[in-house]
Ligand binder design. Structure first.
Ligand code: CTP
Ligand code: MG
Length: 534
C-alpha cells in the first residue's frame, strides 16, 4: 500500500505538520464511506478480483486480511462506485434466508467456478491485524540496542497499522448504515484508543452514536409556526432516552446487523452501551450514545500523544507492562484501566522538570474563540491546533523516564493525593477511593473509581520491583549480559513479588525492602552520576 507509512495521524517522525484531530476524523470518515468489505473465497485471483471491481470505478486502495476467512477492504475513489456495485449485488434467495430491504456494504463473493490454479492464489498477501506474540516481542526487545530502542520497538510493533485503522473506521461506518435505518441523520464515530493514538493492535473498538446533527435542525430555524413532533416520548431524563435509543439499535444489530454477533445490551451501566462482536473485522465493539465528552477526551489524549515523541512510546510500554503482570484485564472489574494508566503517564510527564507535557489548564489558556467547547455544562475548551504549543525543552531519555515513572508511582501518596492533569499537580483526594484520578472534563468524577485497594497495592509493588530491576541493571551494566532478558524485556517477565502474592505479609515486607534498597541505591547513584557528569 503506497500510503502504509505515511501514517494516518501524520504523527510521523519525519517532522511533517501534524493534522488536527477533527481533520483526521473527517478524512477517515469520508474514506470509509467510499469503502466496502468483501468476504472472499479462500482461493481467489487478486488480479481478476480487482479487474472486476474496477468496472464500478477506480480503486484507490485495497488490502486483504484474515479473520474468520479471507476478507478484502476495497476503497474506491468515488462514493458512487459503491452504489454501482450494490446495484449488481444479488440478495440471498435461499428458502432459509429472508432478505430485508437494506443495502449494506458488506458483501460475500461466491465464485461460480472456483479457482484451482495454486499459482494465482499465492499472490494474496494478508495484512496482519494482531499484535506480535510475546515470544516474538522478547526476541525483538532482546536484540534492541538500548532501552530507548526497546520502547520505540514496542511502540512500532503494537501501534495500530494504517490498515487496522481503516478497518476500524469502516466498521463504524457499516454500523452507521444500520443505525441510520432508524435515525437517518445519525453518525457513528469511533473514540477511545482506536483514535487517540494510544491504541494497540487488538484493542476494542469504542464507538458512539451521535445524534447531534439532528439537534442542529432545530437551531437553524428558530422561527416558524411548526414544531416538529420529536422521537422520544415522555421520558423523564436524558439517560432514559439514551437507554431507549440504544435498546432499539441493539435489537436492530442483533437481528439485522450484518456480521454482528453476541449482542449484549448493558443499559444500566453508568454509561449505557451495546456490546457486540463484529465478526468480519474481528473487533469487539462497545457502542454508546450521547458521549461527546469521551470524544473530547480522546482528542485531548491525541494532542498529548502528538506533542512529544516520547509520550506514546512510554504509554505503550507501561500498558504492555501492566498487561504482562495482569494489572489490566479485558474483563471489567477492580483493575486499573488503560485509560487510567495513560492519564497517569501524562501526569508524570507534566511533573518532570522542565515539564515534558503542559497542563490542561495551560492548553485552555492557548485556546481561541473557535476552540471554545461546552458539553453538558462542562468546559471542555483547549487549543486544538497543537502547532501553537511550544515543544518541551526537556531532553530526558526514555530509559530514565521509564525508571522514574516506576519510582514516582512506587512512592506516590495515593492515600492522600489525587492525580489531576488539569492542574498538573497533586490535589487532596476529595473522596476515599483507593486510587483517585480526576476526570479531566467532568471534574467531579474519578476515572479509576473501580480500582480496589489490593489492585492498587499490586500496582505499587510491581512499580517498585520494576524500578529496582532497572536500578540493578544500571549497576551491572559493565558485566556481560549472558543472553538474559534485559531492560524492558526483563520488566515483562513474571514478577517475584507477584509469585509471592499468596503470602501477603511477606509480599509487603519484600516491597518495603525494595523501596528501602531503592532509596539507598538512588542516593548513591545520584552521587555517581553527578561525579561522572562533573
Ligand atoms: N472513558 C472515560 N472515563 C472512564 C472510562 C473511559 O472518560 N472512566 C472514556 C475515555 O475517553 C476512554 C474511552 O472512554 O478513552 C474508552 O474507554 P476504554 O475502552 O475503557 O479505554 P481506551 O482508552 O479505549 O483503552 P483500551 O485500549 O483499553 O480500550
Ligand atoms: Mg477502548
Amino acid at each position: 500500500m503506497e500510503d502504509r507509512y505515511s501514517s494516518l495521524l501524520s504523527s510521523s517522525e519525519d517532522g511533517a505538520p501534524k493534522k488536527r484531530f477533527s481533520e483526521v476524523q473527517k478524512e477517515r470518515r469520508e474514506q470509509a464511506q467510499r469503502t466496502v468489505l468483501i468476504h472472499c473465497p479462500n482461493k481467489i485471483s487478486e488480479k481478476k478480483f480487482l479487474k472486476y471491481l474496477s468496472q464500478h470505478g477506480s480503486i484507490n486502495n485495497h488490502f486483504f486480511y484474515e479473520s474468520f476467512g479471507l476478507y478484502a477492504v476495497v476503497e474506491f475513489s468515488q462514493k458512487e462506485s459503491v452504489a454501482s456495485l450494490q446495484k449488481v449485488t444479488r440478495t440471498p434467495s435461499l428458502g432459509t434466508e429472508a432478505a430485508i430491504p437494506f443495502r449494506s456494504r458488506y458483501f460475500n463473493l461466491k465464485l461460480k467456478t472456483p479457482l484451482n490454479q495454486t499459482s494465482e492464489q499465492s499472490s494474496i498477501q494478508c495484512r496482519n491485524q494482531s499484535s506480535p506474540s510475546s515470544k516474538k516481542l522478547f526476541e525483538l526487545l532482546c536484540c534492541a540496542e538500548s532501552v530507548d530502542d526497546q520502547l520505540n520497538t514496542l511502540l512500532r510493533e503494537f501501534q495500530l497499522t494504517e490498515e487496522n485503522t481503516k478497518l476500524r473506521y469502516l466498521t463504524c461506518s457499516l454500523i452507521e448504515d444500520v443505525a441510520a435505518a432508524y435515525f437517518p441523520d445519525c453518525t457513528v464515530r469511533p473514540f477511545g484508543s482506536s483514535v487517540n493514538s494510544f491504541g494497540k493492535l487488538g484493542c476494542d473498538l469504542d464507538m458512539f452514536l451521535d445524534l447531534d446533527e439532528i439537534e442542529k435542525f432545530g437551531t437553524h430555524k428558530a422561527s416558524g409556526n411548526f414544531l416538529m413532533e420529536f422521537q422520544v416520548k415522555n421520558v423523564p431524563s436524558e439517560r432514559i432516552a439514551t437507554q431507549k435509543i440504544l435498546s432499539v439499535i441493539g435489537e436492530c444489530l442483533e437481528h439485522f446487523g450484518p456480521g454482528c454477533v453476541g449482542v449484549q445490551k448493558i443499559l444500566n451501566a453508568r454509561c449505557p452501551l451495546v456490546r457486540f462482536s463484529h465478526q468480519a473485522s474481528g473487533f469487539q465493539c462497545d457502542l454508546t450514545a450521547n458521549n461527546r465528552i469521551a470524544l473530547k477526551s480522546s482528542e485531548l489524549l491525541y494532542i498529548y500523544g502528538a506533542l512529544d515523541s516520547r509520550v506514546r512510546a512510554l504509554v505503550f510500554s507501561i500498558r504492555c507492562w501492566a498487561r504482562a503482570h495482569s494489572l489490566t484485564s479485558s474483563i471489567p472489574g477492580a483493575w486499573i484501566t488503560n485509560f487510567s494508566l495513560t492519564v497517569m503517564v501524562i501526569f508524570f510527564l507534566q511533573r518532570r522538570s522542565p515539564p515534558i507535557l503542559p497542563t490542561l489548564d495551560y492548553l485552555k489558556t492557548l485556546a481561541d474563540a473557535e476552540d471554545k467547547c461546552l458539553i453538558e455544562g462542562h468546559n471542555c475548551t483547549f487549543v486544538r491546533d497543537f502547532n501553537r504549543i511550544k515543544p518541551s525543552g526537556n531532553a530526558e531519555t526514555l530509559e530514565l523516564l521509564l525508571k522514574e515513572f516506576f519510582e514516582y508511582f512506587g512512592n506516590f501518596a495515593f492515600n492522600k493525593n489525587s492525580i489531576n492533569i488539569r492542574q498538573g499537580r497533586e490535589q487532596n483526594k476529595p473522596e476515599s477511593s483507593p486510587l483517585h484520578i480526576q476526570n479531566p472534563f467532568e471534574t467531579s468524577l474519578n476515572i479509576s473509581k473501580n480500582v480496589s485497594q489490593s489492585q492498587l497495592q499490586k500496582f505499587i509493588d510491581l512499580a517498585r520491583e520494576s524500578a529496582w530491576i532497572l536500578h540493578q541493571e544500571d549497576k551491572d551494566r559493565l558485566s556481560p549480559s549472558n543472553n538474559q532478558p534485559w531492560g524492558l524485556a526483563a520488566l515483562l517477565l513474571p514478577s517475584v513479588a507477584n509469585s509471592m502474592s499468596l503470602a501477603k505479609k511477606k509480599k509487603k515486607t519484600s516491597s518495603e525492602r525494595i523501596k528501602n534498597l531503592l532509596e539507598s541505591i538512588k542516593s548513591s547513584s545520584t552521587e555517581n552520576s553527578t561525579a561522572t557528569n562533573g
